[in-house]
Design a protein around this ligand. Structure first.
Ligand SMILES: Cc1cc2nc3c(=O)[nH]c(=O)nc-3n(C[C@H](O)[C@H](O)[C@H](O)COP(=O)(O)O)c2cc1C
Length: 192
């Protein structure tokens, strides 16, 4: 059960709240389920992202990994009341139905709770336009839920960890039927 993660923050892993949530999800899923392929902005040639270079090797690797995945976990920070432009650059490099038949989970962090609805009003329509019909309830966290430690790293609070645990369980449970429908589609294609 291949799973792809997309980190939408330009900040380094250790200094990013959204990557802190994503890393927790990756550790829990990676320990027991599936092969994880992780993509972050710094994995790409910036020119390839900005110019939408479809044939760039990093971009091809992203598209291939998403095509093979049963689930995609997306973790952007909130920028200007929406999700980060860096995540949009990655999503813009996917084909139109890239998320069809995949379980999609979004994790977002903002500077406060004011833009909590960004998940529903900004991100969800974009994911739907990429074919995502099975979107799990996203998890949103602010500095109240993810505290900074003395060494400048981030630590998840109890409440956000509980919410992540619930949604990770849902993600894992959803994978069996998703894998089944993909197999069914492949079988139909083979018969056509
Ligand atoms: C350019 C920029 C714009 C931001 N705009 C918002 C915003 O509109 N609403 C909000 O709640 N937080 C906003 N923030 C705060 C970030 O969402 C917040 O610090 C988040 O935790 C950053 O995630 P990261 O640590 O994974 O990069 C903004 C931060 C930056 C750098």
């Amino acid at each position: 059960m291949p799973i792809v993660t997309l980190a939408g923050s330009p900040s380094a892993t250790s200094r990013s709240r959204s990557r802190c949530m994503l890393n927790y999800v990756k550790q829990r899923i990676g320990a027991t389920h599936g092969q994880l392929s992780s993509f972050a902005l710094d994995d790409f040639d910036p020119a390839a992202l900005v110019q939408g270079r479809w044939d760039d090797p990093g971009v091809v690797a992203l598209r291939d990994a998403v095509a093979a995945a049963d689930a995609v976990v997306i973790a952007p920070p909130v920028y200007q009341a929406s999700f980060s432009g860096g995540l949009k650059l990655m999503l813009d490099l996917l084909p139109q139905h890239a998320l069809t038949h995949k379980t999609v989970l979004a994790l977002a962090t903002g500077g406060s709770d004011h833009h909590l609805l960004m998940l529903d009003y900004a991100l969800k329509p974009v994911l739907s336009s990429l074919g995502a019909r099975h979107q799990l309830a996203g998890v949103y966290a602010s500095p109240l839920h993810i505290e900074k430690t003395a060494d400048g790293r981030y630590r998840l609070g109890e409440s956000v960890r509980e919410r992540l645990d619930e949604v990770i369980d849902e993600l894992i449970e959803s994978l069996a039927p998703v894998a089944k429908s993909r197999t069914r589609d492949l079988a139909r294609l083979a018969l056509a």
